[in-house]
Design a protein around this ligand. Structure first.
Ligand code: ZN
Length: 170
């Protein structure tokens, strides 16, 4: 992996295998016990994306308090990577301003594409568990699906998000 030099333990096969196992556990935990799953009664922003290659679907809803994301929920179905990533997104985005959320979208997309600096950033928290998808291009779309939906939702200018307008493949 491109980011091995950033981790003191890395480079040794046993350390890499241990880290991969930890990351796998985090992904499966979010897949089996998704956080932030469900629908909001009165979302301010919403968007939906699909990944036809894998059959993944993510619908995202946000409630704002001024400029701050007060609550975020998702519904969807699909592979463990896509659903775990959406679950982690809800935890990562809650309480952030729209600008901070947009910056995190860019940061996460970079991580999913193998950016070593983003992958080694402790501030990314559990999201770092998904950096392994960079080695599997087909899975990058799974990991970034919810983030694309978030990007669509944040770009809605109306007070009420228009889910149909935001529905795109991606
Ligand atoms: Zn998938």
């Amino acid at each position: 992996m491109a980011d091995v030099a950033d981790r003191p333990e890395a480079g040794r096969p046993d350390a890499d295998a241990r880290l991969a196992a930890i990351y796998q556990d985090i992904i499966l935990d979010h897949y089996r016990r998704p956080r932030g799953k469900g629908a909001l009664d009165a979302p301010d922003l919403a968007a939906e994306r699909r990944n036809p290659l894998c059959g993944d679907e993510i619908s995202l809803q946000l409630a704002l308090d001024g400029d701050v994301v007060r609550e975020v929920r998702f519904t969807g179905r699909g592979c463990s990577i896509s659903q775990a990533s959406a679950s982690m997104l809800t935890q990562a985005i809650r309480g952030k301003t729209r600008a901070e959320a947009e910056a995190l979208v860019r940061r996460f997309v970079a991580l999913a594409h193998g950016d070593a600096e983003a992958g080694g950033d402790k501030a990314m928290g559990e999201l770092r568990a998904l950096q392994g998808v960079a080695r599997f291009p087909a899975r990058i779309r799974c990991a970034t699906l919810a983030w694309g939906a978030l990007d669509d939702a944040l770009k809605c200018d109306t007070a009420r998000g228009d889910a149909s307008r935001g529905e795109r493949e991606g």
